[in-house]
Design a protein around this ligand. Structure first.
Ligand SMILES: [Zn+2]
Length: 577
C-alpha cells in the first residue's frame, strides 16, 4: 500500500524534521519491493528491433574519456573511488525514472552474447530507454510509444486528467506537482492520484549513495567540499536540496567537484516539473578555468542591458556566478544518456537564482570530443567552405559559455495575472525548449554586446557566428523530440526567415550583417514569452518555426556519415542493477 505524500509535504513545509523522519520510515516499509524489475521476453524483444540498428549505432562515435589517476594522490584516488560508487547509485535510479522496461531488457541481454543482443544493449544504454532521441523518441525495440511523463506518472495519465483531478482535489496539488515525487493511482478503483517522495521510492539506492558521499567527505582535504558532500548526502534522504545547493554554489574554485542531484526536468513532458537524477564527477582544468574570468566580470552588465522591461530583469549584481571548466571522467543518469551535454548551469531552483545566481560547469573533455568528432566535420559538409573554416573550437567554447551564462539571466519569475509564477510551471512541457532557445539567442546577443564594448576582439565576431550556426546543424540532427533540438530548429527557421542564414547552391551561408538585428529581435521575443508566462504565445511561436525545411533535410542527408554525437567510454565500469 502506498502512502499519500500530501502529509509528508505538510511536514516538510513546517520544517518539522523529526516528524518527517518518522514518516519517511513508515513509507520505507510501505514501499519495500517497489523497485522490482519488470519481466522481459528477450527472444520476443529481439524480433522487434529496428532493422537499421547498425546505422543508428554508427551515429555515435565512441570516444575514450581518460581518467588521469597518476596526477592524484592516493587519498584523492580513494575519494574519487567513493564518488564513483555514489554516481553508480544515481544511475540505478535514473533508469527507473526513465524506462524500467528498458533496464530489465538491458540486464536480461547481458548473458546473450549474439551480436544483435549486444548491439541492442549498447543502444539501450546510449538512450537510457527504448526510445530513440534521434528518431523523435519512437521505440527502436518493441512498439510501445514513449509515455510523455516516462515512468514518473502512471501509464496513460494525461495532463488534462491531472488538471481535472487537482481542480476537484486542490489539497493534492502540491504532492502531485512536486519536483521530487512519483505520481501513482491510489484509492478505491484507482480513482485518486498521489505523489510519493523520491527519498522514499528510491531509498534502496539513496541510502548507499549517501553513505558513499559521506566516505568521500571524510577523504577530502577541502573542508568546504566535504561539508557540501555531507549536506548533499542529507538532501538525498529528505528531498530538500536547498542548503546543499547553497553550499555547492559557494565552493571556490574546487579541484574536485560533483554534479549530483535530481535537477533537470527533461524526462517530464507531461507537467514539466519532475526532476530526474543526474551526476558527474569533475576534476578542475586549471588553465581553461582562468580564461573565463573575463566573461564573469561582465555578467551583471549584460543582464541590465537585456531587451526587457526593467521589472522583469532582476539585478544579478553582487551575485555569485561561479564557473568551472572541468574534465568529467565519469557521468551518470541524465548526464550520461542521450544528448551529451558539454556544459551545465545549476541548480534550477528559482529561489537560489534570485539569492545567489547559478553555477556554470563546462565539461572540457566533452566539448573537445564534440567539436573534433562532430561539429567541424559537419560544418565542412553543409556550410559555405570559407565560413566552415571560420568555425572553431574557441568560437564554440565562447557561444557555449554565453549560453550557460544566459540560462541565469532574464526574468526569474513569470508575471501571470499580476502574480509571480514559476516560469517552468507557466510554460508546462514547452518550458525546456523555450529556456534552451533563450540561452542560445540571448547568449549570441550578449557576445555581440561584449564585442561592441571591446571586451572581445571585433575580428572574432564572424568566428562566433560561424561556430554558433555550425553548432545548430549538429543539434537539429537530433530531431525536435528533445528540448535543445526543438529550440535550435526554431532558431534556424527564424534566422532563415530574417535572411541571416541563406541557402546558396546547396550549402548554408551566414549573412554576418543580418545576424545581429535578427538575434536581438528573437532575444526580445523569447525573454517576453518567459516574463509574461504566456503559454499560448510560446506554443504559437514554436509551432510556426518547428518544421525542418526540405533543403536542410537534403543537406543533412548528404552528411549522414558524420556522427551525431559521441558515446563516451570511461575508465570506470558502468554497472547497472
Ligand atoms: Zn542549456
Amino acid at each position: 500500500m502506498k502512502m499519500d505524500v500530501s502529509n509528508l509535504l505538510t511536514s516538510h513545509m513546517c520544517q518539522n524534521a523529526r516528524m518527517k523522519r518518522a514518516l519517511a520510515a513508515l513509507v520505507l516499509v510501505a514501499s519495500a519491493g517497489v523497485v522490482a524489475q519488470p519481466k522481459v521476453d528477450v527472444a520476443a524483444a529481439l524480433k522487434t528491433v529496428a532493422p537499421d540498428l547498425d546505422q543508428r549505432l554508427a551515429r555515435f562515435k565512441q570516444v575514450r574519456m581518460p581518467y588521469n589517476s597518476g596526477a592524484l594522490s592516493q587519498r584523492e584516488r580513494a575519494m574519487v573511488d567513493q564518488l564513483v560508487i555514489a554516481l553508480r547509485e544515481l544511475e540505478n535510479i535514473y533508469w527507473r525514472q526513465s524506462d524500467p522496461e528498458a533496464l530489465a531488457l538491458y540486464n536480461a541481454l547481458e548473458s546473450d552474447k549474439t551480436p544483435l543482443a549486444q548491439k541492442l544493449r549498447r543502444y539501450l544504454f546510449i538512450n537510457g530507454s527504448r526510445f530513440d532521441l534521434v528518431d523523435g523518441n519512437k521505440p527502436f525495440v518493441g512498439t510501445t510509444p514513449m509515455p510523455p511523463g516516462h515512468a514518473l506518472y502512471p501509464a496513460g495519465l494525461t495532463r488534462a486528467d491531472i488538471e481535472a483531478y487537482v481542480a476537484r482535489n486542490p489539497t493534492r496539488k502540491p504532492a502531485i506537482y512536486n519536483p521530487y515525487t512519483v505520481v501513482s493511482r491510489t484509492g478505491p478503483n484507482d480513482a485518486d492520484l498521489s505523489g510519493e517522495w523520491y527519498h522514499s521510492k528510491f531509498v534502496e539506492f539513496l541510502r548507499p549513495a549517501a553513505a558513499a558521499l559521506r566516505k568521500a567527505a571524510d577523504l577530502s582535504d577541502d573542508a568546504a567540499f566535504a561539508s557540501f558532500l555531507r549536506l548533499r548526502a542529507d538532501a538525498l534522504l529528505t528531498d530538500d536540496y536547498y542548503n546543499s545547493d547553497i553550499a555547492w554554489i559557494d565552493l571556490k574554485n574546487p579541484k574536485f567537484d560533483v554534479i549530483y542531484a535530481p535537477y533537470e526536468t527533461y524526462l517530464d513532458d507531461l507537467l514539466g516539473v519532475k526532476t530526474s537524477y543526474g551526476a558527474a564527477l569533475l576534476i578542475r582544468n586549471e588553465s581553461e578555468s582562468q580564461k573565463l574570468a573575463l566573461y564573469e566580470r561582465y555578467v551583471p552588465d549584460i543582464q541590465d542591458a537585456l531587451p526587457l522591461a526593467p521589472e522583469d530583469r532582476p539585478s544579478v549584481r553582487g551575485h555569485a556566478t561561479p564557473m568551472e571548466v572541468m574534465d568529467a571522467p565519469l557521468r551518470a543518469g541524465d548526464l550520461r544518456h542521450g544528448y551529451q551535454a558539454v556544459a551545465d548551469n545549476l541548480p534550477n531552483d528559482p529561489r537560489i537564482h534570485q539569492q545567489k545566481g547559478t553555477k556554470k560547469i563546462f565539461f572540457k573533455n566533452f566539448m573537445d570530443a564534440r567539436v573534433n568528432e562532430v561539429i567541424l566535420p559537419l560544418a565542412a559538409k553543409v556550410m559555405d567552405p570559407a565560413q566552415a573554416k571560420q568555425a572553431s573550437a574557441d568560437g564554440y567554447m565562447a557561444s557555449t559559455l554565453m549560453h550557460e551564462i544566459c540560462h541565469g539571466l532574464g526574468p526569474a519569475f513569470a508575471r501571470v495575472g499580476g502574480k509571480q509564477t514559476d516560469i517552468r510551471e507557466a510554460m508546462g512541457g514547452l518550458f525546456g525548449g523555450i529556456e534552451e532557445a533563450k540561452a542560445d539567442v540571448v547568449g549570441m546577443h550578449a557576445l555581440k554586446w561584449l564585442v561592441d564594448r571591446n571586451a572581445l576582439p571585433k575580428a572574432r565576431l564572424e568566428e562566433y557566428y560561424a561556430s554558433y550556426v555550425a553548432g545548430i546543424f549538429r543539434t537539429v540532427r537530433f530531431g525536435t523530440g528533445e528540448a535543445h533540438g526543438r529550440a535550435e530548429m526554431m532558431e534556424f527557421n527564424y534566422l532563415s526567415e530574417q535572411g541571416a542564414i541563406v541557402n546558396a547552391a546547396g550549402r548554408y551561408r551566414v549573412d554576418y550583417a543580418k545576424m545581429p538585428p535578427a538575434l536581438a529581435a528573437l532575444a526580445k521575443e523569447l525573454l517576453e514569452q518567459e516574463a509574461t508566462g504566456n503559454r499560448a504565445r510560446a506554443e504559437a511561436w514554436f509551432a510556426k518555426y518547428d518544421r525542418m525545411p526540405t533543403a536542410l533535410t537534403n543537406v543533412l542527408a548528404a552528411a549522414k556519415d558524420v556522427p551525431i554525437d559521441v558515446d563516451p567510454i570511461f575508465s570506470f565500469a558502468e554497472p547497472v542493477r
